[in-house]
Ligand binder design. Structure first.
Ligand SMILES: Cc1ncc(COP(=O)(O)O)c(C=O)c1O
Length: 466
């Protein structure tokens, strides 16, 4: 390890003067091969000298920590080697104190960036005041958050929100929405015949059995089949299929206005208008899952805010950015839906606890700021300009740029795994989505300098993988 620090300093200098192209790497390798060091050491030296943030090696503190912990962690995720220990704004630091520019924001969660000072201060304050007393009693913050969500939503000209159910995650928010729609269906048709749901291929709504049943993706569903009965699936933006898909038997329709996990696929206005019209015709509850695309990520408070009023949903589900990393989810409903729910119909032990709600109240106040939304729109343009330049430079690789605000997708013609690794080893974190899509969901406060820095690293990462 003692050898590594000076090498890393050298690496930083080298990475400015000479990007890590395959030719440059080969030159580095041949320089190292002249010495009497072992092959593994030579390769590691060459690698460290050529990259600002090489993935931690097998003898690093990160690797030792992972080796100690991994046997006890249920293997539901495949993770890259760095261990993150600190975050600030758009940056993360790993156990070896390497700095990474984060274009993932915890998968569209840290809207205010990592460890926003106001947010962190409130965690401490509220933790010293009241954390949990249960839903059997009132507290000042569940109601304050619900009121704020309703007021900000209506002020922004979005859905006619009337009441809010607070829970702990996105899956739970969708699970609640599914139950609310079933209950509304029962109210319209007490025989129980109005009980079907419609969802769309490429959508992602969560991992609990109800939300998973709405997630039409064999990768997620097949190991846990059979799904909850009564779910039908259609294709996003297939307007012609809507009348046969949504019928008198449909009690609820769930759709992401912009599919995040599915590859940043934007639902067209025409499609969402037709879907809403059909829901009204048959008396089905329309649920917009804005868990990833909501709370100003598109530049509007809710993604549906950009749609004509007739396309607005009856329910919006939210989570992710609502807690900036603290677990919380919420379901916004119209008065019509609220009327169908009675005391005892639904509940949660932790949902609506004063700590989560105090934090979410602060976060919603910040995210609903028109100045922040203006910044999101302008950052989006900068990203798009950068992506278009990459498309010009690599027309065989970059097929399409999709998305709105700061939920953006770059469609590639190949698996993005190598580019993601090359970017990480140059100090940039990006994630994938759908089929060969690079997904960009950074902090909503990301600066122009950070965008330029990230796009430069992305360009170098692409070049290094050619
Ligand atoms: C659109 C959407 N809905 C639902 C979920 C599930 O949320 P959670 O992981 O908090 O249960 C996600 C998570 O990625 C999502 O992106």
């Amino acid at each position: 390890m003692a050898l590594r620090a000076p090498l890393r300093q050298l690496a930083r200098r080298c990475s400015v003067a000479a990007p890590s192209t395959p030719r440059y790497l080969a030159r580095q390798r041949s320089t190292a091969s002249g010495s009497s060091l072992g092959e593994t050491t030579k390769t590691e030296i060459a690698r460290d000298a050529s990259l600002p943030n090489p993935d931690p090696t097998a003898d690093s503190p990160s690797a030792r920590l992972i080796a100690e912990h991994q046997p006890f962690m249920l293997a539901t995720y495949a993770r890259p080697p760095p261990v993150f220990v600190k975050g600030e704004g758009s940056y993360l630091w790993d156990l070896e104190n390497r700095k990474y520019l984060d274009f993932t924001a915890g998968i569209a969660v840290n809207g205010l960036g990592h460890c926003d000072p106001g947010f962190s201060k409130l965690i401490a304050q509220q933790a010293e005041t009241l954390v949990h007393a249960s839903n059997l009693y009132y507290n000042p913050w569940t109601g304050a958050l619900s009121k704020l969500l309703v007021e900000k939503t209506t002020e922004a000209g979005c859905m006619d929100a009337s009441a809010v159910f607070v829970c702990n995650s996105g899956s739970e928010a969708n699970e609640a929405a599914i139950k609310f729609a079933r209950k509304a269906g029962k109210a319209l048709d007490p025989t129980g015949a109005k009980s079907e749901f419609v969802a769309f291929r490429g959508g992602f709504h969560g991992r609990t059995m109800g939300s998973l049943s709405a997630t039409c993706n064999p990768k997620y569903q097949a190991p846990f089949a059979p799904m909850v009965p009564g779910f039908r699936y259609g294709d996003l933006n297939d307007v012609a299929a809507i009348p046969d898909l949504v019928t008198d038997a449909t009690c609820g329709v769930i759709v992401e206005p912009i599919q995040g996990e599915g590859g940043v696929n934007v639902a067209s206005t025409e499609f969402l208008v037709a879907l809403a019209r059909r829901c009204r015709e048959v008396g089905a509850v329309l649920i917009h899952d804005e868990i990833q695309c909501g709370l100003s990520r598109t530049g509007d408070l809710w993604a549906h805010g950009a749609l004509p009023r007739e396309a607005h949903p009856d329910i919006v589900t939210t989570a992710k950015a609502l807690g900036n990393g603290f677990p919380i989810g919420a379901v916004l409903v119209t008065a019509d839906v609220a009327d169908k729910m009675k005391v005892g119909d639904h509940g949660t032990t932790f949902g609506g606890n004063p700590l989560a709600c105090r934090l979410a109240h602060y976060i919603v106040s910040r995210l609903a700021d028109p100045e922040l939304q203006k910044g999101v729109r302008s950052a989006s343009e900068s990203f798009k300009r950068g992506f278009e330049a990459l498309q010009m430079q690599y027309p065989d690789l970059v097929k399409e740029v999709r998305g709105r605000g700061l939920i953006l997708g770059v469609q590639l013609t190949e698996d993005p795994g190598a580019i993601i690794k090359a970017a990480r080893e140059r100090g940039l974190l990006v994630i994938s989505a759908g089929q060969n899509t690079l997904r960009f969901v950074p902090s909503l406060l990301i600066s122009e300098e950070e965008i330029s820095e990230g796009l430069r690293i992305l360009g170098e990462a692409i070049e290094a993988t050619r």
